[in-house]
Design a protein around this ligand. Structure first.
Ligand SMILES: [Zn+2]
Ligand SMILES: [Zn+2]
Length: 233
């Protein structure tokens, strides 16, 4: 299509489907510049493994007392404010257009805080949950991030073959780990010798990302980091 036509199409779409900021309701962007400035950023320094704010910059108490398969988890934001609203809209209200600006925020974070990455792998949903929702929000984020960074996205890198209880209903960290362990499978050797960056919307205890990392490393991945939009602290 000619650029002018593309432009007109964009204007027509904006006219038919105007966008409002999910934070303040102002017409224009899904996250307006004013709300963008107020996003709940996690400032350095952080625990090198779980990514929680940690002024000393060494392992936090809970990471120091446990082993993990994952090399580290990073998140640009706390699960709060507009980011919390955005994840909710993306996950439960079909506002899939949000994947684009949110992936842009992940791209900006990666540019300022580089991580070892050769392939992006979204944390998969169980097929039943995927059928209910119609899409995997982490898959959308990974796809958009792949488009912005040119890193290949391997959506088939992991399979979730066991339905797990929602993390919120399980109390302790040990219970969360037990709940999620063995939920994932790595179907082939595509990621052997690769540096994998797992993509998810929110990390809570990190147990899901760690279970994914264990499976990927058992299948030959050289390193596995996790990047989530938000972290519950
Ligand atoms: Zn706003
Ligand atoms: Zn930690």
């Amino acid at each position: 299509m000619l650029p002018r036509l593309v432009q007109l199409k964009g204007i027509a779409l904006d006219f038919l489907f105007p966008r409002w900021c999910i934070g303040c309701g102002k017409e224009g962007d899904l996250i307006c510049p004013a709300c963008r400035r107020l996003l709940p950023r996690i400032m350095p320094r952080v625990c090198p493994r779980c990514g929680k704010p940690q002024s000393s910059g060494v392992l936090c108490a809970s990471c120091a007392g446990s082993t993990a398969a994952i090399d580290g988890i990073r998140a640009p934001f706390r699960f709060d404010g507009v980011i919390r609203q955005a994840v909710h809209q993306l996950k439960y209200h079909n506002l899939t257009a949000l994947a684009q600006p949110l992936a842009g925020l992940l791209r900006d974070y990666l540019a300022a805080n580089p991580l070892p990455v050769e392939a992006l792998v979204p944390v998969p949903l169980h097929p039943r949950r995927l059928k209910e929702r119609g899409y995997n929000q982490s898959g959308l984020l990974a796809r958009e991030l792949g488009r912005l960074t040119n890193f290949p996205v391997v959506e088939s890198g992991l399979i979730r073959h066991r339905q797990t209880l929602p993390q919120a209903r399980t109390a302790t960290l040990e219970e969360r780990k037990r709940n999620i362990r063995d939920a994932f499978l790595c179907p082939d050797a595509t990621l052997r010798d690769r540096q994998v960056l797992l993509i998810d919307d929110v990390s809570t205890s990190g147990a899901t990302l760690d279970a994914c990392a264990a499976v990927l490393k058992a299948s030959g991945a050289v390193s596995v980091w996790g990047l989530t939009l938000a972290k519950e602290i």
